[in-house]
Structures are given as structure tokens and as C-alpha cells.
Design a protein around this ligand. Sequence first.
Ligand code: HDE
Length: 722
Amino acid sequence: MATKKNKQILSDKKADDLSPDIENAEGQFLTTNQGLRISDNQNSLKSGERGATLLEDFILREKITHFDHERIPERIVHARGSAAHGYFETYESQAHLTKAGFLQKRGQRTPVFVRFSTVAGSRGSTDLARDVRGFSVKFYTDEGNYDLVGNNMPVFFIQDAIKFPDLIHAVKPEPHNEMPQAASAHDTFWDFISLMPESMHMIMWAMSDRAIPRSLRMMEGFGVHTFRFINAEGRSSFIKFHWKPLLGVHSVAWDEATRISGKDPDFHRRDLWEAIESGAFPEWELGIQVVAEKDEHKFPFDLLDPTKLIPEEMVPVQRIGKMTLNRNPDNFFAETEQVAYHPGHLVPGIDFTNDPLLQGRLFSYTDTQLSRLGSANFHEIPINRSVNTVHNNQRDGHMRQQINSGKVAYEPNTLGGGCPFQAGRAAGGFSSFTERIDAKKIRGRSRSFFDHFSQATLFFNSQGEAEKAHLTDALRFELSKVQVPAIRERMVGLLTQVDKKLAADVADALGLKVPAGPMLPMNHSVPANENPKNFQPVKLTLPIEASPALSMENTRKDSIQTRQVAILTANGVNDAALAKMKDALLKAGAQCKLIAPKLGFIQGISGASLPVDQSFLIATSVVFDAVYVAGGEGCIQQLIAEPDALHFVEEAYKHCKPLAFEADARELAEYTYLHHKFDEETYDPTADGVIMPGKGNFPNDFINAIKQHRFWQREKAGKIPA
Ligand code: HDE
């Protein structure tokens, strides 16, 4: 039961609800950690003006000692992350499926803290690495914390937790020289993968554009494993969790990702922070796929196998609530760095399955907190505290915060009136689903885990033309970085089982012949007691050949909310036309930046002076979604004389972004690669996302183009020099 105080916390979610120790130093004196006021924070205590520093200087020693201990170990995986506070609101009661308290009533709100992350890189690595993204949600429910610790891809590389250290050792920088940082494009990763056919489905996802999201706000989230919902009658249903972003699912181009990594390695972190600061709160709907207990075996794949998804066309996703992120953390370390997620943080009504990857995770997360946060009391750190008050007989330990009164720290007891006492089911006590188990103790896997390719093929077949091309290019890129030819050959061998053309296209770039099939031996990927030399690819038939839900081309494209538009301009700009375009963009929810040769102000032809947001010295097209080139004779001539402006336009075009030119700005386009666009009589500017004033409504045409996100068809026209 939530206490009165905590109920209040749940109902009014103010900035300091979950972090009661927030400091307000306004008007306060500087003190030591013991509260002593400090009179001089500029000079250490010395024996005379030019003398040595005295050991006695306890103020200096306290300050430096604390500084020396400022760091804690970064996460072994998912070290680089960004987080935000918000709330989850339930759409309709899910009582028929689960007794979880936070899913019982329409409109019920639960505070959340969400951390997004990359997996492979260190804490300071770039946001735009090709990688899986972590998507961890802590629900502060009044029955205790519930953590949904998922990823932005619905499957995983391996089937059994015992392979996780191997996978991570393979993808991390190589141990002899600590290279490369935050990249899978190196020998050890592909050596491992080429021996692990079970990874092929996940490899398709990791090589797709899902691995380079446009924004953390524009990616899906998945619980990955199959979980259970348990209702009040004790009935269990299998559940797959989905987070669906209301802004749609969008990615950047790979070339763009590499450039963003140089121009703004904090691109995703900044984007999340700025969206929340500007009041454009990111939103996701929580979706569930529900499979009745009796239907567990009706699929041509195993629900316990984390390398498989349930296609949405087979089991539709029901949307049961919405999450809104509306507050940035006050302190990165205290919140984002110290938050401790754990798939084993459960509430009544939600339970695990026997997925062998999930089972291993249940051990790992507490263990890792002990080494990172350094104490069994990590649950007392403000960001990790349950809003439901904790009562138990666990005591003491490093940095204990709670002061337990009385002499009773055991149960059963009479001296404490028997308290705290067990909560039966009726009182909201957790009880595990009573799954029947009657089995031999073995080290092995079910035969139903041995189809490694059918869903990899399903994913590939479901991709649009541009998506397939990007995936193929990603494999070519990654495998070209591999130094050992045998690893490349083994990978092409595995790809033959996914798609023959994919294998041939990748082999071509690597200068290889396509082998007939996978090369042997295939490590442990055969059922127990069978010789790895006998590995035979298993490929089951799925009832569908493609799943449109797996293609980003079918994502929603109905909004330009928070899209960043670069307005290229200079003195002599047609400010009336600029204002018309800018107003329309802002009204539709986009954000605009004025970019000019110099900082300060530019003069419009009507005499208005406009403040410049960025000069070409720091501006870069790769952090924008679209470009508008303003008009005005003087403005255009200055931009034509500015090589960075011409590069800006070409680069945005290369990355398939929408561009709009005022009528007289077309002259600038003549100086760029785009010149040929306007030469062709048949050219239809709107189809290619290059917009000029014409018959339609100019700002509207541009807005519609931005909604499309990218015009990947430009890539087919050949390489664009930018
Ligand atoms: Fe994790 N994982 N993981 N993982 N994981 C960690 O826990 C681990 C797996 C995921 O934002 C660690 O607190 C094992 C799958 C996310 O703080 C560690 C296995 C999925 C985060 C750990 C897996 C995830 C982590 C490191 C295989 C998607 C970031 C720091 C059995 C469903 C959480 C920490 C955050 C973090 C172990 C596999 C998601 C070492 C052993 C599958 C999003 O405990």
C-alpha cells in the first residue's frame, strides 16, 4: 500500500517528486561537506606567499579527494545514454489480462524515468554509431517499481544468456589496442557472428537503418522477450511489448551518421533535451501482442526464442496507453548515470517466461549494480527509490540512508508485532505464475530454436527498395572493414541462407564468389548431442512472405513537429517571402534556424533586421531535416560567393532531404550539383522533394515534402559529389 505521502507524490508529479535531495544554492554560502563556511575558494593554505602547500589544508584535501572519486564504473554495455522523466497514461483497463495496478483504470497516470542508450560504445562515444539502442522504462507504480528494459529492435543476437559475454567481448573495441570505438565493423565482431547462425535475424536489423535513428524520439521500443500478463483469476497470457513513437520511425543516411558523429557527437542527446525544453514532449504508445496460453505452440517458431518476433500481421498490436516525456533530468550523474534498471523489477500481474536469455538477465542486472553503484543499498538512491514505501528486514551496508528504528530485524517476530508481515495475494503480494515443469536437467536447446533464417528472410523481404539497398551497403561496409578474408567468406556463406541476391551483392563488393551455403563447422548451433560438423540450415515456412509493419517506409508521415529547418540567407534577403515561409513552418510545428555568412543581424529588402542563429562557420546540413534557400538578389549573390552555402545545399540533397528555393534562389542551384534538376523539361520538383514556387502553395508543398522525411529515390540517380 502506498503511504499518504507517496500517494501525493503519485498524484502531483512535480520536479522534485523523485529526487527529494535537489539542491538550491541560491543566496547560500559555499561550505565544506561538513557544513563549514569557506572564506577563500581561490588559494590553498601555504607557508607564506611563495611557500609550499600545507598538509593541514583540510579544505583543499576534502575538495580534491572528492574530485578523485567522482567517477563510478561505466555500464559494461549501454554505457552511453540519455534520459528523461515523464508519465504513462493507461487508455483502458487491462484487468481482463493483468492485475497490474497501473493498468486498471482509464486515464490512470504513473510517473516514469526513461533511459535510451547505445550498446557498444563508451560513455563519451558518439550518439550516431551503427548500433542497437536501449529503451529502458522505469514505472514508479504504487505497487513498486516496474522496469521494462528493452531495445529499439524486437529480437536479439543470441538465444542463451551464456553467450552474452562472448557477444559483448566480440563487439567491444578489440582488447589488444582498444579499437575501434563504438563500431561493429571489425574482425572480432564478425568472426563471432559468422560462427553464430542464430544471430542472422538480428544482423538484418542491426545493418538496417533502424541502427541509425534520426532521433531517440523517432524510434520504436520492444520488450524483446515474451512476457506474461496474469489477471486476478490467475489466468496467464503471453505478451510482447511494443513502444510506437507518435512522430513515426525515421532514420538518417549512413554517410550522414558518420558526419554527424564529427559535427555533433551529442546529436541524439541534444535533440531529446531540446525537444523537452521547448515543450515538444516526445510520446510513444505502449502496444501489446497477446497470445493465449493455449496457443503457445501454434506458431512456426518458439515464443521463448528471443531471435524471433511475432509478425504484427499474425497477432495485431493493441495500444493500451501512452507515455509522454516532459522533464529533463536535473543532474546527469544523479539520475541518468545512477538509475538502475532490472528486468526482475516486477509488479503483480506481470511475469517472465522461460526465455533462456531473459532468465540470464535476471541474474545480471543486480550483480552489475553492485559493482557499478558499489552497495546493496542502490535502491535508496533517489532515482531508484520506489514511491511505495519499502519495509523489510534488510539492514545496514555501505552508505545506508534509511534509519530503521527499533530492535526487530527478523521475521517471524512478536516483539515488533509481527511486522512487517507477508502480503497475501489479496493484499497485493507478488506470486509467481505456477507454471508446470516436469523435465530433465540438461544443457541444451529445444529443437524449436534451430530455425535461424526464416525470420531473417522475412525481415529482408519486408524492406522497401531503398531499405534493402541501405542494408546491403551496410554489410558491404562492415565486412570491407574486416581484415581476415575467411571471416568475410563465412559471412557471405550465411547470407546465402537469407537471400541469394543479398549474398551476391555483398560478395561482389568484397570481390568474392558466392559459396553454395554456410561453411562448416557452425560452432554450437546444432541440437545437443549432435556433431557441429553436421550443421544443416533449418528454414521453416512462415505463413506470410513479408510483413509491411517491419518497413519504415510504412511508418506514419503526417507531421513535421520538431523538424529542424535550415534557412540559408544573407543581407538583401526578401524578408517578406522569408517570413511567410517561416511562419508556415513554425505553425506546422517545425523549428527554424537562420544561417548566414556572419553572426549578428542581416538586413532585409524591406529594411527589417533579422537575428542570425548560426554562421556557416559552425552550421552543418547534417543536423537539419530540410533546407530553405531564401530569395532576394543581394542575398543570393552573397550565398553564391560562399562555398559553405553551396556545400550545404549539395550535402542536404545528397542525404535526400527536402529543399525549397525561392524563385530567384534558383540561380544558386545552378552553381550546385542540382543544376541539372532544373534543365530537364519533364522534371517534377515535388516528386523529388526539391520545391520551387509554382502552381501549388509553396510553403505547403515544402511542408508536405518534410513530412515524407527523405527522398531516397535520389540515390538511384547515382552518386552525388558532396
Ligand atoms: Fe542488458 N544489460 N543484458 N539486454 N541491457 C545491461 O545492466 C545483460 C539484453 C538492456 O539504461 C547491464 O545496468 C545480459 C537484452 C538495456 O541503464 C547488464 C544479457 C536486452 C540496458 C546487462 C542482456 C537488453 C542493459 C549493464 C543477456 C533487450 C541499459 C548496465 C542475457 C531486451 C539499461 C546495467 C540502462 C544493460 C546484462 C541482454 C537491454 C550488464 C547478461 C536481450 C536497455 O547487467
